[in-house]
Design a protein around this ligand. Structure first.
Ligand code: T1G
Length: 695
């Protein structure tokens, strides 16, 4: 349509200028991501059209409203002028879906706004507001009122003016005094952050080509690099992740889709001991423009919590344009701190964020049930505790729901929403709306120990520790998972979170500590293999970063720099001698497979039990809450790319070698999917006897 329109305009002598706009208040979100399978519908076909726009003999003006992203912005770059609405956003987000701007954007953008700004936009995929676009020279004008009229006004003004200087392909790339040095430094930074993700590095190379070659040759280079990415498999994984994240918004209850939810206008965050989690949640709610009252059990904790929240909010305000005004967190109507439980009467929704202690949570929920108004929703922030048991302490279990935030709650996007046996659909819908308003990714999951994310994490960490017993080292195991693409491996993660968190939970379960029955075997619990290594470290005060020692050593308590610790190496070899464990060299493939396939296996069990609605839900949880490398699509997508027969065969092999480790035994659902011929991911759920999810 664009091509036809242009040709008609060019051929019609009565047409003096052309204005290109979008529809429904959106210029364009770029090429249809669904088009990955046929490159023709992606970038490649669009490039020549952009050149056609640019070579038009009549001035072409872009009227940018809403968004101009990807190919959409590349079309605007082919125009001679660009007018944007003040609220419009622009960007080249192709890198976030494993590609690069494939319609000559890597060659035009640097010519328009310079290499540093262009490189930043193209290698991060960030959206920029119209005000920044104006500063960069990306647009010529921004308007508050009707963008199209403004664009037509500009078009009339420039009729007859020479178009040469407005054609970006004819402009040289602005020079930098130290271009070489700048590019070298930028390339190192891109490489360091990529961890196996190809697109940022190739985006860099495309922009670098703009600084070294004439436009046409740069375009050829861009095309080559685009094809490499398209066939890399990473683009498919990211395309899957893009749509998976949108699929989780759709959930169903047996009675069908429920979109009703309570409009809440004030929320009380109940947090006894506004600790890290409570501070993050309050900060998140204020950022979402939701009125919050943070309640504490006494003034001492209140003041401590308030101070910490203010620090977080000041920091968040600095990151936003006009942040202080927008957040307005000194306004008591927006954010209050109190010790007065009576404020509970008026709120629509409470988020409790206290210690992971069932008795304490039940006591609080019993109180909430008696004080809160009838329609109020009672949410518990818990990472594993039984929602039904907490709900049983109230007279309104239909309004009790789990909201599992991930620390730091004002940064991590994932919110696991856990429904209990009696939770009502409107409670779920309200929690999902809260997630959306907090700009989080809400995923509805069923109630079981560890819910979904942590339940899949248990076997992953369990295998990592078993590998230490059998001969590996924390740094060796972490290296394998970090080479795979995780930001941090299981042991660095454990040191960061604190070994004492798990230790407290295991003591509560009677797996270690004073509640462990006398005479229990050191390395068996309930008939299966158990490693006391984390308990032994905790008994020696090695909690991780917070104590300066854990699986690694740190420069000081609270230090962040993990260094392999000779003490651990000695301790492990002594432990193996004590328990007469024959050590062996464990190769990287075994480390990776035992950690990842045991996690994936648990995912299949979760799907079979109806705890999650589909593999996309598990993948969205892992991509947004556990640092799974996005260019690998998520654990279940990764399993589909490895091939389920291989995952099954390897689990069978490891399970035979470790018969006392139930989590290595292949799940029945995995076996069924292999038996029907390695079903594609999209069809997995159709093989489950229970058609609709447990919801
Ligand atoms: C040549 C060129 O070089 C290259 C090769 C390219 O151009 S490659 C493509 C580059 N462009 C992108 O990467 C932009 C991707 N989209 C977004 O960032 C966001 O969508 C948004 C624009 C900021 C709006 O966010 P939103 O929160 O308001 O709504 P939504 O829920 O996200 O989206 C609303 C609905 O629109 C669907 N959708 C959005 N963008 C889409 C796209 N580009 N292709 C296909 N579907 C898309 C989305 O799946 C959802 O569908 P459903 O779930 O309702 O069925």
């Amino acid at each position: 349509a664009l091509e036809d329109g242009l040709k008609k305009a060019d051929a019609d002598p009565s047409v003096k200028a052309v204005m290109i706009c979008g529809e429904n208040g959106k210029f364009s979100a770029g090429a249809d991501i669904r088009g990955f399978s046929s490159p023709k519908t992606l970038g490649v076909a669009l490039g020549p059209i952009v050149s056609l726009i640019e070579s038009s003999e009549k001035p072409v003006v872009a009227a940018i409203e809403g968004v101009a992203l990807g190919g959409g912005l590349e079309v605007a770059l082919g125009c001679h002028y660009r007018v944007a609405h003040a609220k419009a956003r622009m960007g080249l987000p192709e890198v976030t879906i494993g590609l690069l701007p494939g319609a000559e954007g890597t060659q035009r953008l640097p010519r328009l706004i310079g290499v540093p700004a262009a490189l930043d936009m193209i290698t991060t995929g960030k959206h920029i507001p119209a005000t920044e676009a104006l500063k960069l020279g990306l647009v010529d004008e921004i308007v508050e009122e009707n963008t199209i009229e403004a664009a037509i006004r500009l078009a009339n003004k420039v009729i007859g003016q020479p178009l040469g200087p407005r054609r970006l392909s004819l402009k040289p790339v602005p020079k930098l005094p130290n271009m070489e040095a700048f590019l070298q430094e930028a390339q190192v930074k891109v490489k360091r952050q990529a961890r196996g993700f190809l697109a940022p590095e190739l985006c860099f190379q495309a922009v670098q080509a703009a600084t070294q070659r004439p436009f046409a040759e740069g375009v050829r280079r861009e095309r080559e690099l685009f094809q490499v990415l398209l066939s890399s498999g990473q683009a498919q994984a990211l395309q899957y992740a893009f749509f998976a994240e949108r699929a989780v918004h759709r959930w169903a209850t047996p009675g069908g889709i429920n979109l009703l939810f309570i409009i809440f206008d004030s929320i009380l965050l109940l947090s006894l001991g506004l600790g890290t989690m409570g501070q993050g949640i309050v900060t998140s709610l204020v950022k979402a423009n939701i009125p919050v009252v943070a309640l504490e059990q006494n003034l001492e904790y209140l003041n401590k919590g308030r101070k910490a929240v203010m620090v977080l909010l000041e920091r968040e305000a600095k990151k936003m344009e006009g942040g202080a005004q927008k957040l307005d967190f000194h306004n008591p109507a927006r954010l209050q701190f109190t010790v007065d439980f009576n404020l509970l009467h008026d709120v629509d929704l409470v988020i409790e964020a206290v210690f992971e202690n069932m008795a304490l949570k039940k006591e609080i929920f019993h109180k909430l049930s008696n004080i809160c108004k009838p329609g109020a929703l009672l949410c518990t922030n818990t990472s594993a505790l039984d929602i039904d048991e907490i709900a049983s302490a109230t007279s309104r279990p239909q309004q009790v729901i789990g909201t599992h935030f991930f620390s730091p709650a004002h940064v991590m996007r994932l919110l696991e929403i856990i429904y209990g046996r009696h939770t009502s659909p409107s409670a779920i819908a309200t929690a999902m709306q809260l997630a959306k308003d907090m700009k989080k990714v809400g995923v509805v999951v069923g109630n079981c120990f560890g819910f979904v994310g942590n339940r899949m994490m248990f076997p992953y960490v369990e295998q990592a520790v078993f590998l230490l017993e059998e001969g590996s080292r924390p740094e060796a195991v972490d290296q394998v998972l970090e080479d795979f693409g995780f930001k941090i491996g299981p042991f660095r993660m454990s040191d960061l979170a604190g070994l004492d968190v798990g230790w407290r939970s295991r003591k509560g379960q009677g797996l270690t500590g004073p509640s462990l029955p006398a005479g229990s075997s050191a390395r068996q619990r309930r008939g299966q293999r158990y490693s006391p290594l984390p308990d032994l470290l905790c008994e020696r005060g090695r909690f991780g970063q917070k104590t300066g020692k854990g699986w690694y050593q740190y420069e000081r308590a609270g230090g962040r720099t993990a260094t392999p610790d000779p003490w651990i190496h000695g301790f492990l070899s002594q432990y193996r001698d004590t328990h007469r464990i024959e050590t062996r060299y464990i190769d990287q493939e075994e480390i990776l497979e035992r950690c990842l396939f045991s996690l994936i296996n648990e995912g299949f069990a979760i799907l079979a039990e109806g705890i999650a609605s589909g593999p996309e839900h598990l993948d969205v949880i892992y991509l947004n809450g556990y640092g799974w490398p996005k260019h690998r699509g998520g654990p279940m997508f990764y399993a589909s790319t490895v091939g389920l027969p291989r995952v099954l065969a390897k689990l069978q092999k490891y399970s035979e070698a470790h018969p006392d480790v139930p989590k290595l035994r292949p799940s029945a659902f995995l076996k069924k999917l292999v038996a029907v011929g390695n079903a594609p991911l999209k069809e997995w759920m159709s093989y489950l006897s229970r058609q609709s999810p447990k919801l």
